[in-house]
Design a protein around this ligand. Structure first.
Ligand code: CAO
Length: 573
């Protein structure tokens, strides 16, 4: 047995990179070439592989550490003979596979003097074939993203496609500006240096700048030290001169843009996501700088499988289907079971009500498209309930019954004012904050669930809210609600308090970003520091859209709401 120092290999011209992911831990057995950690510059992310097989003895880096070529990464215990050929500093540099993704290994030999002509030709206007440039010693990389389509105008250096090997992903930029006339690759295609990506039309000359470095490379005998990012040989230079000669006008690729890794996930995570069919764009990264980790992919998958979250693509497919179809095809699931129920006993088949069909389709979309989380809490409403009962007694003759829901609406308005995120909506990449407080409340009707809306609840008193609620609930039950009475809500409350239960997980009523579920209050023993006191506790369940709201904010919202319900004088503060 011997202990080897595993160091950061030649990573091209990346001076200092940040460790963003540790893929092994002490005690792990690793294969030669297995990725040990992911590092990231502002241009690329890359995995550092092990030069040897062995057992990780000690990690010498931590998340967030800055490392550069030669930095000690970990100590690896290897079988005796393995250390022999690589004495003491058996660094990764010695392993040919090391940093294959960005190291210039491949650039060394083949980037010999090259015909500069095809590069120079890039200056010509007109159709231009854009090919895969020199991508180091990548071979057979897979196109995992096509960022342009026919008819798109592209700028010089604009990323066209993302390709990925098992070690790195990189965006391939355009060497010219123009309009995409024809795409020559599609997702999943395997490409190599010199392969035709697309044809641009109406190109503007972009070559001179790009051609220059290529010429420089060609004239430089000793390229090895130049990393890929600095060895911008025209694709033509390295791989297939014949093909290149035929290529009319591809300028050398932009060297700095070449090694661009996708910032949000390492190649292995991307691969993992692809294997599971997880759209990375929809996954929220919890790693360093918001990076998506394997755990994020796993938790996203779990959410999808449990039905709590669904991908936008699938949701769109599902939304296009009749609500009752209930197929799981978009998810790649086995089809919905078709059972002849009559075989097992008498049955009756009834069409769903129109409201159920409509609300079902909405609920499905909201359930699958919103990354929703529910926080539960309890509010001590002992005093508030006593006040409500007293108020109703004193106002018996008025004919208006004050309900707990009316107080909840008022308390929610106070919480929404304090936490405006909960009174917002997502609009593309923007969040729209509403400066009005229209509170929807779920009403159970013979035909299904309806959500009438109390408009401007902030400007109304408890009596007015109670009266409006009772009128709207009656209209809902009678099927007489107008569309206007059901629209414009900024936040919704769903109360099952009149029925029972403890907690539930209400579904957000899009485009709102939160909903409060309330269940039946019960008398509970609550410790006051000296003794248990009987207190009337109201269970609260707040579901929120994790794209807009964070867990801490949700917890604060519930705590504040509970404080108000515990002492309604706080509304005045
Ligand atoms: N805890 C204990 N008791 C409660 C309570 C609570 N949280 N909320 C209401 N109650 C009591 C009321 O005080 C009332 O008692 P009294 O008759 O003795 O005064 C009784 O329960 C019935 O109240 P209610 O449900 O008729 O009135 P409300 O103002 O609480 O609710 C409405 C009105 C329209 C929201 C309700 O009738 C309703 O439809 N709820 C169902 C909502 C729903 O379906 N949500 C699920 C959506 S997801 O599918």
């Amino acid at each position: 047995m011997a202990i080897l120092d595993i160091k950061v290999p030649d990573i091209g011209d990346f001076d200092e990179v940040t460790v963003i992911e540790l893929l092994v831990k002490p005690g792990d057995t690793v294969r030669a070439d297995q990725s040990l950690l992911t590092v990231e510059s502002d241009k690329a992310s890359m995995e550092i592989p092990s030069s040897h097989a062995g057992v990780v003895k000690e990690l010498k880096v931590a998340l967030g550490d800055k490392v550069k070529q030669g930095s000690l990464v970990l100590l690896l215990e290897v079988a005796g003979e393995a250390s022999a050929p690589n004495p003491a500093p058996a660094t990764v540099e010695q392993a040919p596979a090391a940093a294959a993704s960005v190291a210039p290994a491949a650039a060394a030999a083949p980037v010999a003097p090259t015909p500069a002509a095809p590069v120079a030709a890039a200056a010509a206007a007109g159709p231009v074939e854009v090919r895969v440039p020199d991508i180091g010693d990548f071979k057979d990389v897979t196109v995992i993203e096509v960022m342009v389509k026919v008819g798109d105008s592209v700028k010089l250096e604009q990323s066209l496609v993302t390709v990925e090997s098992d070690k790195a992903s990189m965006e391939i930029p355009s060497g010219a500006a123009g309009v995409v006339q024809e795409l020559k690759v599609k997702l999943g295609d395997t490409v190599n240096i010199g392969d035709l990506l697309l044809i641009l039309q109406g190109t503007t000359a972009a070559a001179p700048a790009a051609a220059a470095p290529a010429a420089a490379v060609a004239a430089t005998p000793n390229v090895p030290a130049a990393p890929v990012a600095q060895a911008p040989a025209a694709p033509v230079a390295v791989a297939a001169p014949a093909a290149v000669a035929a290529a009319p006008a591809l300028p050398a690729h932009n060297p700095t843009a070449l090694a661009l890794g996708l910032p949000h996930a390492s190649p292995s995570v991307r691969k993992f996501a692809r294997e599971l069919g997880v759209p990375l764009a929809e996954v929220k990264g919890t790693g360093l700088k918001g990076r998506i980790t394997d755990a994020d992919i796993e938790s996203f998958t779990r959410s999808v499988m449990s039905g709590a979250v669904q991908t936008a693509a699938i949701a769109a497919q599902q939304a296009a289907k009749p609500a009752a179809a209930g197929g799981g095809e978009g998810l790649g699931l086995i089809p919905w079971p078709k059972v002849d129920f009559a075989k097992f006993g008498p049955i009756e088949r009834k069409e769903m009500s129109r409201i159920k069909k409509i609300s079902g389709a909405n609920l499905l979309r909201n359930a699958i498209m919103i990354p929703a989380v529910t926080n539960h809490d309890d509010a001590d409403i002992t005093d508030l309930e006593a006040f409500r009962v007293l108020t109703n007694k004193e106002n018996e003759k008025s004919g208006v019954k004050v309900t707990m829901l009316a107080f909840l609406i008022k308390a929610c308005v106070a919480a929404l004012k304090k936490f405006p995120d909960f009174n917002s909506s997502l609009d593309g990449d923007a969040v729209v904050y509403k400066q009005y407080y229209h509170i929807g409340f779920a009403a159970d009707t013979p035909n299904g669930l309806m959500v009438p809306v109390i408009k401007d609840a902030d400007k109304k008193g408890i009596f007015q809210i109670s009266q409006e609620m009772s009128e709207l609930a009656k209209k809902a039950r009678d099927g007489k609600l107008s569309p206007a009475e059901m629209s414009g809500a900024t936040f919704t409350i769903s109360s099952l308090g009149g029925i029972g239960g403890r907690y539930f997980t209400p579904i957000i009523n899009a485009p709102e970003v939160a909903i409060l579920g309330v269940c039946r209050s019960t008398m509970e023993p609550v410790w006051d520091g000296k003794a248990f006191q009987p207190r009337l506790m109201l269970p609260l369940s707040l579901t929120w859209d994790h794209r807009v709201i964070d867990g801490a904010a949700a917890a604060r919202f519930n705590v504040y709401l509970a404080q108000i319900l515990g002492d309604f004088r706080r509304v005045l503060l």
